[in-house]
Design a protein around this ligand. Structure first.
Ligand code: CA2
Length: 181
């Protein structure tokens, strides 16, 4: 009979040997950023704010930590790197948070890669692309995302992690109280 988790059990000589339960692996959220987002904080603060990419990733990581989630992150200026990262996340990561930058508006390879990912995908934009130039009004990622959060600046990363936590069943008790509202 299997010993009770975390309890000691009698060994063959009557001594007590400790049986520890291995900690369950924490779900991993992959946080992806597309082209030029490495320049955040350096230019166009009136559009994208003054926080750097590192600030936004740190915000996502803190929000994830609070919900028992780990974060892996990648920023790339190359579409193929992002496709590779999405492929590598299959069967390994629980969810993807992605701000694809300008790739949002035309990178069908990202659409297809994300469609082949098994967990929830949440699209995040600092600005509100729908309130900007017409070419930003189309997102090829939105149809394969569980949802899109845009126009709230850095707050969007925290909101996205909260959405992911709820979608994968890692919401805190307090959040669960409100999940039926
Ligand atoms: O609002 C967002 O988060 C965007 O994804 C940002 C993209 C833009 O193409 C999307 O339409 C909306 C652009 C990222 C470029 O970031 C820069 C940051 C500083 C200086 C120059 C570009």
């Amino acid at each position: 009979r299997a010993p009770a988790a975390g309890r000691g059990r009698a060994g063959s000589h009557g001594s007590i040997e400790r049986v520890s339960t291995p900690a369950a692996p924490r779900p991993v959220v992959l946080v992806l950023h597309g082209p030029n987002l490495n320049l955040l904080g350096e230019r166009e603060p009136e559009v994208y704010g003054t926080a750097t990419l590192e600030d936004h990733v740190a915000c996502a990581r803190a929000a994830a930590e609070a919900r028992g989630l780990d974060v892996e992150d990648l920023q790339s200026n190359h579409e193929g790197d992002l496709v590779d990262a999405i492929h590598a996340a299959r069967g390994r990561c629980a969810a993807i948070l992605i701000n694809p930058g300008a790739l949002t508006h035309y990178a069908w390879s990202l659409h297809d890669a994300l469609a082949a990912f098994d967990g929830p995908v949440v699209e995040v934009h600092l600005s509100n692309p729908n309130a900007r130039e017409p070419w930003r009004h189309t997102s090829v990622v939105a149809p394969v995302a569980a949802g899109s959060i845009m126009g709230f600046g850095g707050i969007g990363y925290e909101l996205a992690i909260e959405a992911i936590a709820r979608l994968i069943g890692r919401a805190s008790c307090r959040e669960r109280v409100y999940s039926n509202v």
